[in-house]
Ligand binder design. Sequence first.
Ligand code: E4P
Length: 219
Amino acid sequence: MKIFLDSANVEAIRSAAELGLCDGVTTNPTIILRDAPGKEHREVVKEIASIVKGPISVEGVGQKKEEIIKEALEFSKWAKNVVVKVPITREGLAAVRVLEKKGVRTNVTLVFSVSQALLAAKAGASYVSPFVGRLDDAGQNGMEVVRGIVEAFRNYRFKTKVIVASVRSVKHVEEAARIGADIATIPPKVYEEMWKHSLTDKGIQLFLEDFAKAKGMRK
Ligand code: E4P
């Protein structure tokens, strides 16, 4: 499973990229406002693109097909690895068909059901982003929706990759991998928790203490 960072925090992205474990980045207007206040989308995306070679998802505000296409073509000029996020609406689906034919990769976003994902795949989207955390918040089971999407895509061998988005916990990441989702896009805070375990810390401490004792014995 690929790991994307769901962030516009350049330091966090740099740190994950240095470790070699950041396969891409996803942003949205809320993330850019939170992580890079006062900065223009263009500036932030270019900075991220100088660090990460994998896909970088960028979201605009166009709602009509022609507006979405116009914005997408502009975003595509910022860096060659830009992927354009398009909301799952009638206009969005129409824009996805045009953009993908033009060679602009799209990530259909704000997906909350298997049927939405199915239409995005039929429209030729490169990626589809089910929002698991927001589904859980609404009292539904986000990971069950992901399971349904992965199953449906396998049945018909769709090329569209599933990005598990709106991740809130390490458990979401683990479930995404168990289900076989292609990608999980993870907030830096959750990413930092992935390699931690209290028993690992305890184990290191014990080995350090025993090493010191063993050295002491050899003297
Ligand atoms: C990423 O593609 C999504 O925009 C993001 O994961 C949404 O996360 P949120 O539901 O925590 O805002």
